[in-house]
Design a protein around this ligand. Structure first.
Ligand code: ADP
Ligand code: MG
Length: 254
């Protein structure tokens, strides 16, 4: 991590559920072109923070900007259009669609908003042809091309994660947010997922990911942000975080 060049900057982001303050982040920056890990015990607010920043949940207060533009208050599809996407788990509706249709849905840039109701429109346009071409190139890259016509629900746990990642790339995002991309994945596929994450950064994208496995985190992260009870309690390079007492306490105290 060299000279600071934040692609994402957030200030005073807060979200409560009833009496519980799930997220209360004073300041957060994600540097452009890095792999940044967001870690912390269960219930720390990691997923809620993702939902807030990407416009899929509403903050109580706070503002944040992406690529120098304020994007707080924008809805999920608008945030995606500005170049910041998060992955989505395969919902029940999506498991009943083909792998290729899942990819094409990712091209709509409104993913998450009309997820359940979105249907492939009849007819064929230049845009649709281009989307299909891009989808197939990504499926090749993620080694899912031979599954294009299979129901997404027939994929293994690891292949689903690959599909989620591939789908999120349909809109050519500058930043991609992955919430536990390794969860439920066969160890044999973990290395493959890790190298895909690394290649996202190597092609110039910014990655923010949530993960629990310390070896994984230490192995691929440029920067680590530690969240506990909704607050950033520490951040730094992997070598610094590993020996940080507050981090050890937050984990062991959970
Ligand atoms: P993490 O992803 O770090 O495990 P979450 O962001 O899922 O944590 O949750 C943070 C806290 O907010 C938890 O205490 C959780 O129970 C609570 N929470 C999250 N979403 C909701 C919700 N929609 N309604 C009520 N409480 C919620
Ligand atoms: Mg979570």
């Amino acid at each position: 991590v060299g000279k600071p060049d934040p692609i994402l900057t957030a200030e005073g982001v807060r979200r409560s559920f009833g009496g519980l303050t799930a997220v209360d982040v004073e300041h957060l920056e994600v540097q452009r072109g890095t792999i940044t890990a967001l870690i912390g015990p269960n219930g720390a607010g990691k997923s809620t923070l993702f939902n807030l920043l990407t416009g899929f949940d509403r903050v109580d207060r706070g503002r944040w900007s992406f690529g120098g533009r304020a994007i707080n208050g924008r809805r999920g599809h608008q945030v995606a259009r500005s170049g910041m996407v998060r992955t989505f788990q395969l919902t029940k509706a999506l498991t009943r669609m083909s792998v290729l249709d899942n990819m094409l849905l990712g091209a709509q840039r409104q993913f998450g908003e009309r997820m359940a109701g979105a249907l492939w429109r009849p007819g064929w346009s230049k845009q649709e042809a281009a989307n299909t071409e891009r989808a197939m190139a990504l499926l090749e890259r993620f080694r899912l091309a031979d599954k294009r016509d299979d129901m997404a629900g027939s994929l293994s746990g690891g292949q689903r994660k690959l599909l989620e990642m591939a789908r999120s790339l349909m809109t050519e995002p500058d930043m991609i947010m992955l919430d536990e991309p390794m969860a439920g994945v066969n160890p044999a596929l973990v290395q493959s997922l890790l190298s895909h994450i690394t290649s996202l950064r190597d092609e110039g994208r910014t990655v923010l990911f949530v993960e629990h496995d310390m070896d994984v985190i230490m192995g691929i992260s440029d920067w680590i942000v530690v969240l506990a009870q909704g607050q950033v309690i520490a951040e730094g390079r992997p070598s610094d975080i590993k020996s940080d007492k507050r981090v050890i306490d937050a984990y062991l105290g959970a």
